[in-house]
Design a protein around this ligand. Structure first.
Ligand SMILES: Nc1ncnc2c1ncn2[C@@H]1O[C@H](COP(=O)(O)OP(=O)(O)OP(=O)(O)O)[C@@H](O)[C@H]1O
Length: 275
């Protein structure tokens, strides 16, 4: 199993100090970054990205290709470990999770990640969801059954697969597979879900289902999503951060970013006048 697979399983899984991009009350902040800088070798790929993410809200990260969105997102649950050098603080429940002594595997139980391409394991639908739970010592069949049902319901997949739980997850359509991966992530009952373009590889109907799923999930989870789809960002997110050349140019309520952005670069980007 690859490291990405492990992270997708969440197996390996506030104190805001910057007032620049402040959203919500301090108690309402689920995650915040402070003085974050990410280097790939000598290349400083990300800086000036001190954001606070409000609990039970959806925040979209938008910006042109190469602007640093994925680099930022992946830093939030240490997916850049071994790939990039990440400096600064990432505060979660009063703890800086960007320090050496953090148990990254435990942390990823709380901060789960879903990738662009659905990556179900070559196992049954049921086992895709229970694998990580078992690794974490949950063996009671009743508990496992209940988690499978709840997470599939939350991911809006239950009705489509409830009779096929023993079938291979590889037989699912792309859209179903992505909702299975979301179900797998939420089965671990994380606080925060990070999603890197989760609908970009899907057809419009599947993409709409994933969007609906995310809107349902925000009652229980704080969601941070990278998307190239501006309509999607406008439809589903409460807040939007616009990235450009490795910096956050503007971060505000989504409706303001799309109707009354303050920075010329944002105006150009949301109006499609970007060179
Ligand atoms: N593994 C890596 N090694 C070296 N440089 C990288 C790596 N990943 C990203 N970069 C560089 O970091 C910068 C930001 O890339 P990143 O993938 O974060 O941008 P992005 O906004 O997510 O782009 P996209 O929308 O195309 O996914 C780019 O200059 C990119 O070339």
């Amino acid at each position: 199993m690859t490291e990405q697979d492990m992270a997708a399983l969440n197996l390996d899984a506030e104190q805001p100090t910057s007032n620049i991009y402040k959203m919500g009350d301090d108690q309402e902040i689920a995650l915040s970054t402070n003085d974050l800088k990410v280097y790939y070798g000598d290349h400083l790929a990300l800086q000036d990205a001190d954001l606070q993410f409000e609990r039970f809200k959806i925040t979209s990260l938008i910006g042109a290709s190469g602007s640093g969105k994925s680099t930022f997102l992946r830093s939030l649950n240490r997916m850049n470990d071994g790939v990039a050098n990440v400096e600064g603080n990432i505060m979660y429940r009063g703890l800086d999770i960007n320090t050496k002594d953090i148990d990254v595997y435990e942390m990823r139980k709380h901060i789960g990640m879903v990738f662009q391409r659905p990556n179900p394991f070559a196992k049954s639908i049921y086992e895709n969801i229970t694998f990580a739970l078992k690794q974490h010592g949950i063996r009671d069949k009743k508990v496992l059954d209940e988690r499978v049902e709840t997470s599939l319901k939350q991911a809006a997949l239950w009705d489509e697969v409830k009779g096929d739980l023993d079938k291979s997850a590889l037989a699912l359509s792309g859209g179903q597979a992505q909702r299975l991966v979301i179900a797998r992530a939420i089965a671990m009952q994380p606080d925060i879900l990070l999603l890197d373009e989760p609908a970009s590889a899907l057809d419009p109907i599947s993409s709409a289902k994933v969007e609906d799923t995310l809107l349902e999930l925000k009652d229980k989870y704080t969601i941070i999503i990278v998307t190239h789809n501006m309509q999607q960002a406008a439809r589903i997110s409460d807040y939007t951060a616009f990235f450009h050349l490795g910096k956050v140019v503007e971060y505000d309520e989504t409706r303001k970013i799309f109707t009354r952005p303050k920075v010329q670069l944002t105006i150009d980007y949301v109006n499609g006048n970007f060179g």
